[in-house]
Write a protein that binds this ligand. Structure first.
Ligand SMILES: Cc1cc2nc3c(=O)[nH]c(=O)nc-3n(C[C@H](O)[C@H](O)[C@H](O)COP(=O)(O)OP(=O)(O)OC[C@H]3O[C@@H](n4cnc5c(N)ncnc54)[C@H](O)[C@@H]3O)c2cc1C
Length: 302
């Protein structure tokens, strides 16, 4: 993200760097375009409003041709924890996990408050299920590595190595081919659509709250609009932040310039009384090391 005159020829700086830079700019108002309304875009939008000084006027326009959760975020399984498939702590995993829990609190609080006319949230729709995630070991080759990784887990998101009996208490009749599974009791399953709508609501609420306490300069708006190039985004924006997910490569100015590697995600959403779930579980070895089960009440496997 960069200030207007530097937009195309400077490497990306962090959000904090931008905010401190913005503070130094002698400007009555910082106008930001956030491209994409997925996990990345809506998190950035919230942080821009929340972390910028109260006195600084910040206008955030989010552009997405589909709307909130229109891309990968909208089809994601919503499994959230700070570990790789081999239960290794991810790069900056602790920081990301802590930040995610903060955002989750923010989204939940917004959803319980009055909903916006644009995004009515039914209070019975879940935003998060805190029933943990179970990761069955499916390869002898990496079992030792998983055990070692699990020992280096975060206190805020512990990993318990469990045998088949314990695993079956969590998911009845579960087959664990190596009699070993890794349970993350604090890991969560978010409903991406509801979580992201609530996060947008939270940003709207924050802007209103600041305005009512004497700091009227924060604004946020969502525009359903396709963006085909960075130059197309108007000159009125001081900053353009690109959060277009896998489709970023289709942006004319960035096409072929980013070292992107796409990966595939599969979500099977089955009720336990559906005979298909048995097929899923007995095929788990074929799903390979990516197989993750989340236990959800009423018992649903994702
Ligand atoms: C099937 C599946 C399951 C997954 N399950 C999980 C999981 O359980 N846990 C997990 O952590 N991760 C999961 N992932 C990965 C996760 O979904 C992605 O890493 C994450 O959603 C990326 O978020 P994003 O905001 O970067 O991109 P996106 O969610 O793709 O957001 C980009 C947004 O930009 C918009 N957009 C794109 N191009 C344009 C344009 N030219 N003009 C205007 N708007 C545009 C899109 O409509 C979209 O809303 C899964 C992914 C898939 C595909």
């Amino acid at each position: 993200m960069e200030l207007k005159e530097e937009r195309m020829n400077r490497p990306q700086s962090s959000l904090n760097a931008f905010i401190s830079e913005a503070n130094r700019v002698d400007s009555a108002k910082i106008v930001c375009a956030v491209l994409g309304a997925g996990f990345a875009g809506l998190s950035v939008a919230w942080h821009l409003l929340f972390h910028s000084p109260k006195e600084l006027k910040v206008k955030v326009d989010i552009f997405d041709d589909v709307g909130i959760a229109g891309g990968a975020s909208g089809v994601a399984g919503g499994l959230v924890h700070p570990y790789s498939p081999k239960v290794k702590l991810l790069w900056r995993g602790e920081e990301c996990w802590t930040e995610f829990l903060n955002l989750l609190n923010v989204a939940e609080a917004a959803a319980t408050a009055a909903s916006s006319p644009h995004f009515p949230l039914n209070t019975t729709d879940f935003i998060v299920r805190r029933t943990g995630i179970l990761r069955p070991a499916v390869s002898e080759k990496i079992l030792d590595v998983m055990h070692q990784n699990a020992q280096n887990c975060l206190a805020s998101c512990p990993i318990q190595a469990v045998d088949e009996v314990a695993a079956r208490e969590l998911i009845p009749n579960l087959s664990t081919p190596l009699n070993r599974a890794f349970f993350m009791p604090k890991a969560v399953n978010v409903n991406p659509h509801h979580y992201l709508k609530a996060l947008f609501l939270a940003s709207e609420h924050l802007a209103k709250r600041l305005s009512s306490t004497g700091f009227p300069g924060k604004e946020i708006a969502l525009h359903k609009k396709v963006v085909t190039s960075l130059t197309e985004v108007g000159d009125e924006y001081d900053v353009v932040i690109v959060c277009l997910g896998a489709r970023v490569d289709m942006l004319a100015d960035l096409s072929g310039m980013l070292p992107l590697r796409t990966c595939r995600g599969i979500v099977a959403h089955l009720q336990l009384n559906d005979p298909l779930w048995l097929i899923l579980l007995t095929s788990i070895e074929r799903l390979g090391s990516e197989a993750i089960l989340t236990t959800i009440l009423p018992r649903v496997i994702l």
